[in-house]
Design a protein around this ligand. Structure first.
Ligand code: BES
Ligand code: ZN
Ligand code: ZN
Length: 495
């Protein structure tokens, strides 16, 4: 989709669908005293009187520059804040336009209140018109239609520089999120560890980030045992990916570590067949990290950032690790593999270790780690745990800035005993209770010393089975936007 800023009288904008968004407190559009203003006013009164909760579409006469008018409102869905409402309205408008066979859409955002909405509208447009179209003709045609659409943002000319900055920033971040979504949606046969490394290579080429990939042999040489253990049963060899961004003069290094299990069968502790296909998305944490690095490489925040993705496929075969196997992690601790389906935490031990080697002062790991977290928080909220209240709060705040919700869960010392086992330093599963917490407590044992750390369990929101806000069903790239925001605001949070 081509998105452009326009500085014209809304009444005069030639378009197929002119979109106006109402809000209770903010004034997002200024139509002066035009006939259009009178029409919008009438619609507004009608919406209020009849308590309507859907956008209103109106055909405009031949004397109008716009073919149709769509009046949307931020109060249609009370669960969404104003930013999320604007994004959802943007997505909804473009979908309506497609259904009506219209090609050109214009959003009126020409007031000072609307300035911060310019970027949000861009995000809603780009995320809201992106689907998984690779394998179905209908979807491909739909995608092609969206790609050919034109979106005009009718904004305030005096804010041109800031409008442009918003347009660029949100375009680049949304494109990165869509890359993550594609990687999540592609089958496990396509997105293998090798493919994730190839994506990282592409990102490095585009952005100039430094890339290093450890192949199986190098993993062996450097002692990344968690990846080797989990990858043993698969024909696709594991690898460890690191993209590094250096900010001149920065004192902190933020490491982002994303779980990259390209398919999780459970291994020998095999999963039930029902919904097992969703485990093609078990690399969603890794996808979020790659996407964040792609954006960070271009946004150039004032903090060093390393993006680390341990990548492996968890499959059962003659070489697979067995329940009861014991191995030594890179930090020297021995791990008893009680359940081969608790594999994410095993590969994350290597990611955390490499984060330490890479000079991380702060680590955020992100993983589709536990079904227990899904049961606790459901599909819209991710869990956040860690050893640093400041970093946890920063994650929550950055999430809130972009419509990604995180809720803090505790890491009680008292529960550490649930990970005790007679013949190794630590068991890879806890008991039947508090599965999200025992996973967090397990990871904590592998966090490099004196490093601030937050763990994001995104097993709930990594994929949606129905439309949600501006997202179509499928992977949503959850966490990428939060990680980018965290890097951008890092010095506001931690200086
Ligand atoms: N990838 C799964 C967790 C998961 C479940 C993600 C549902 C997304 C949706 C993880 O590797 C796993 O299998 N965890 C086990 C751990 C258990 C064996 C302690 C789980 O949550 O059941
Ligand atoms: Zn698993
Ligand atoms: Zn998994």
């Amino acid at each position: 989709m081509k998105i452009q800023l326009r500085y014209e009288n809304p009444q005069k904008v030639r378009t197929d669908l002119l979109v106006v968004i109402l809000d209770k407190e903010l004034k997002l559009h200024d139509l002066g005293r035009s006939p259009l203003a009178a029409t919008v006013d009438r619609v507004r009164r009608n919406i209020r009187a009849k308590r309507l909760l859907r956008p209103h579409l109106e055909h405009l006469g031949p004397r109008s520059a716009a073919g149709h008018l769509l009046v949307d409102s931020t109060s249609f869905d009370s669960a969404l804040n104003v930013w999320e409402s604007v994004k959802t309205a943007a997505a909804r408008s473009l979908r309506t336009a497609r259904e009506l066979g219209l090609k050109r859409v214009a959003f009126v955002l020409n007031t000072s209140d609307a300035l911060p909405m310019v970027g949000k509208a861009v995000e809603g447009a780009l995320l809201g018109t992106h689907g998984f179209a690779a394998y179905k003709k209908e979807s491909a045609e739909k995608q092609e239609y969206f790609d050919r659409m034109r979106l005009d943002l009718v904004a305030v000319k005096d804010n041109d520089a800031r409008n442009r900055a918003h347009l660029d920033r949100y375009t680049l971040v949304s494109d990165a999120v869509n890359l993550a979504r594609d990687l999540i949606n592609e089958p496990g046969a396509v997105v293998t560890p090798e493919r994730l490394a190839a994506e990282a290579k592409q990102i490095a080429a585009e952005t100039g980030l430094d890339l290093r990939v450890w192949d199986a042999k190098q993993l062996e040489r450097d002692g990344f045992t968690g990846l080797l253990q989990v990858g043993r049963g698969s024909a696709h060899k594991p690898c460890l990916i690191r993209l590094s961004y250096k900010a001149p003069g920065a004192e902190h290094t933020l490491a982002l570590v994303g779980k990259g299990v390209t398919f999780d069968t459970g291994g020998i502790s095999i999963k039930p067949a029902d919904k097992m296909w969703e485990m093609k998305g078990d690399m969603s944490g890794g996808a979020a990290v790659l996407a964040a690095m792609k954006a960070i490489g271009r946004l150039k925040p004032k903090v060093n950032v390393v993006g680390i993705v341990p990548a492996a496929e968890n499959s059962p075969d003659a070489n697979a690790q067995r329940p009861g196997d014991i191995f030594r992690a890179r930090n020297g601790k021995t791990i008893m593999v009680d359940n081969t389906d608790a594999e994410g935490r095993l590969i994350l031990t290597d990611g955390l270790s490499l984060a330490g080697d890479s000079g991380a002062t702060h680590i955020v790991d992100i993983a589709t780690l536990t079904g227990a977290c899904v049961r606790a928080l459901g599909p819209s909220i991710a869990g956040v745990m860690g050893n640093s209240p400041d970093l946890i709060q920063a994650v929550i705040q950055s999430g809130q800035n972009h419509g990604e919700s995180f809720w803090e869960l505790p890491l009680p010392d008292e529960y550490k005993e649930m990970l005790r086992t007679p013949n190794a330093d630590i068991n890879n599963i806890g008991g039947i209770y508090a599965g999200a917490l025992t996973a967090g407590l397990f990871l904590q044992e592998f966090v490099p010393e004196k490093t601030a750390w937050a763990h994001l369990d995104i097993a709930g929101p990594f994929m949606r089975d129905k439309n949600w806000k501006y997202y179509e069903p499928g992977g949503i790239g959850f966490g990428a936007k939060t990680l980018v925001d965290l890097a951008e605001r890092f010095n506001d949070y931690f200086d």
